[in-house]
Write a protein that binds this ligand. Structure first.
Ligand SMILES: NC(=O)c1ccc[n+]([C@@H]2O[C@H](COP(=O)([O-])OP(=O)(O)OC[C@H]3O[C@@H](n4cnc5c(N)ncnc54)[C@H](OP(=O)(O)O)[C@@H]3O)[C@@H](O)[C@H]2O)c1
Length: 288
């Protein structure tokens, strides 16, 4: 009999796709939400929802009642370690057997702030004695929708401080598919998977693909770092997060995010989604 899987971060880029896959395969799913205003889509898929903030250890323990496997996401913020500790401790206390953590590419290198945060959480999981799978994806294709689609819609241009090296962007739906396999098949215990798309593409190539798929010219503008930094600060992003994002952008500019792995295909049996396919699927997000 399938036991219920708990998804923490079920309204996010990866979590919402994972919930869909589990539900479509008839696997019982429990999803944590912070607010009941965000439960309609989950309920329409017959997913059980529980209100639990990751900052609330007792709510987390209650959400883990009867749970053996958990997929979790914690925010890319300095609180990541503390919030993840709450999850790990509650999992220990309630006898959870397997944790699938959404981490980040090159977490093991601990070269920049974000990967240091992710690796600190991974190490705590390793020490917990609970079986784990670490998913270490490259940057998500969905970032282009979340951060760039508005200006593409408005005036066919998008702005980023990314230089023009190739980046092996990965589709969050593919990460969710890998998570599904890690949770529902054996052999993924105590493994870490670097996940990328099928090829490394530059931001100019991204603009070309967008232009051809949506049928109107799209231009990429490589903005200077100080301008990008100020724009994020003006938008209310805390300085510590701005610094962490700029560190990652710097690695992208140096071509350090270009490695292509075949892990998505090896684990799911399906080829990783190309950026062209991604834009076809999300076309409406780019059309005004
Ligand atoms: N974006 C990238 O390119 C990229 C690449 C590699 C790794 N990552 C890693 O991926 C993670 C983000 O994943 P994502 O993009 O799928 O998530 P996301 O879209 O940012 O969503 C975050 C999820 O976590 C939930 N959440 C946040 N704080 C919470 C709290 N205190 N209590 C309960 N739930 C909380 C949110 O719920 P609400 O609906 O209530 O807000 C939402 O479901 C980060 O750790 C990041 O470092 C991202």
């Amino acid at each position: 009999m399938n036991t219920t899987t708990l998804v923490i971060g079920a309204t996010g880029n990866v979590g919402k796709e994972l919930v869909k896959i589990l539900a479509n395969h008839g696997h019982p799913v429990r999803a944590t939400v912070r607010s009941t205003t965000r439960t309609d889509e989950l309920k329409s898929m017959a997913v059980e929802t529980v209100v639990a903030d990751i900052g609330d250890p007792s709510a987390l323990k209650a959400a883990m009642n009867g749970i053996e496997k958990i997929f979790f996401v914690t925010p890319a913020a300095p609180q990541m370690m503390e919030l993840s500790s709450n999850i790990i401790q509650a999992a220990k206390d309630t006898g959870v057997k397997h944790l699938v953590k959404l981490s980040g590419a090159d977490a093991d290198l601990e070269a920049v702030t974000l990967t240091k945060w992710h690796r600190a959480v991974e190490k705590e999981i390793e020490r917990s004695g609970i079986a784990y799978t670490f998913l270490r994806p490259n940057s998500f294709m969905q970032n282009i929708v979340n951060f760039n689609s508005q200006t593409i819609k408005d005036h066919g241009t998008f702005y980023a401080p990314m230089g023009d090296q190739g980046i092996a962007l990965v589709d969050a739906r593919d990460i969710a598919k890998v998570a599904f396999h890690a949770l529902t098949t054996v052999g993924h215990e105590n493994k870490a998977y670097y996940l990328s798309g099928p090829s490394a593409i530059s931001y100019s190539e991204i603009a070309d693909i967008l232009s051809s798929v949506i049928g109107k010219p799209v231009k990429y503008v490589d903005v200077p770092d100080d301008m990008a930094r100020q724009a994020m600060l003006d938008a209310g992003t805390p300085g510590v997060i701005v610094d962490a994002i700029m560190e990652l952008n710097h690695l992208n500019k140096l071509g350090k995010a270009a490695s292509v792995s075949r892990t998505v295909e090896e684990i799911t049996g399906q080829k990783a989604t190309s950026f062209e396919r991604f834009v076809r699927d999300y076309k409406s997000a780019f059309i005004g």
